[in-house]
Design a protein around this ligand. Sequence first.
Ligand SMILES: [Zn+2]
Ligand SMILES: [Zn+2]
Length: 393
Amino acid sequence: MSLRAPLARKNMAESKQTPDANTGIPEYEYIDVNTKPFHVGSFRDEWLARLRPEDFSFQQEDEETFEANFAAEMGLGADTMAELKSACSIDSLRCHPEDEQLSMDDVPSNPRLKTLIQRKRKQERASSHNIHKNRHDFYADELERLTIGRPPEMGADRIPKGEVLLTINIYHPAVYEKFNFTRPCMTLLMTGSHTLTELRDAICCISDLQVCGEFSKTPDVAPDFISKDHFKSAFFFFEGVFYNDMRFPECQDISITTVEWAKAHNFPQYSQAKMEDTRFVDLKVKVGFPYLYCHQGECEHIIIITDVRLFHKTDCLDKNLYPLLTHKHRSLTQKCAVCHVFIARWYTTNDQFAPSDPCLFCDQCFRILHYDTEGNKLGQFFAFPYTDRGAFN
Ligand SMILES: [Zn+2]
Ligand SMILES: [Zn+2]
């Protein structure tokens, strides 16, 4: 576990410059890069104090009120308003004669409207190719179906008025060769009342699924040994504070090494808090600034909060759907060396049956090749469970 010193030093230098960061109004520290630290709860309170209740209400304005407000704002008389209404009405948007029934699937043969041209092109493409949806597309469709236009009348499950919405980017651990800061591996929307442990539980990382050990004699017990169940400690690092996950008796304070190291080297002191007791509204953070999530001892992810704002009535207002995953990076998967079809699940070394050393196999090919029908091990080899990066695709 190592908090890289440059990051640590940078943080401390900056926190010195802004001794009083309790203001709820974020300002840029570096233009278009990141803000100075601000308290998320105070930021919400500042907005709520400045806005009119109808600005953050989830109630849809009824048509009459909307029109009255619109007319007043634009300085329009009743006649002009009526004319505008009929000219901009959806009913006047038609390319069919008025007595003809309108079907959304019928696109006129020579459309001039851009949206219709696009629709026609899409229809033609869909009918000429056999387009398969992959599971990412299915997931996106499902997400859209669940979240878009979710009605606000859902009682206890509705997001409360004046709640904060945070957009959080989580990056791959920096150990991958192709590590790229510009591509988050996932983007989550979370509410101000979520705790940091809820963020932790929403982060998918294959190092949580890794299985340590050699299982050539007992391949069936391997799946019971995933790291997540064995090594539960983790921390987030925001603005000089380590937030440790202490929910389980097995949890250890894995930030203590860094805290003590800083103390021994005359760095300003870091403080510690519990992940499970900290909600986002309690946090002091910089928007756009890279923070750290560390789990499995040394699997380090950069976390960037890219936006903090109040909920709008057009957001998904169903509490149960948060943390809401809005983006997931697709990873290339390593396929089985035998069938080249399925994702690799086993990794063997010193394997007389393998075409290479080490070699990757899917579960089926691995078992057919290395065990007899009774499940007895054939020949000599070492077998390690392999968790592919594409496991979360
Ligand atoms: Zn990780
Ligand atoms: Zn295979």
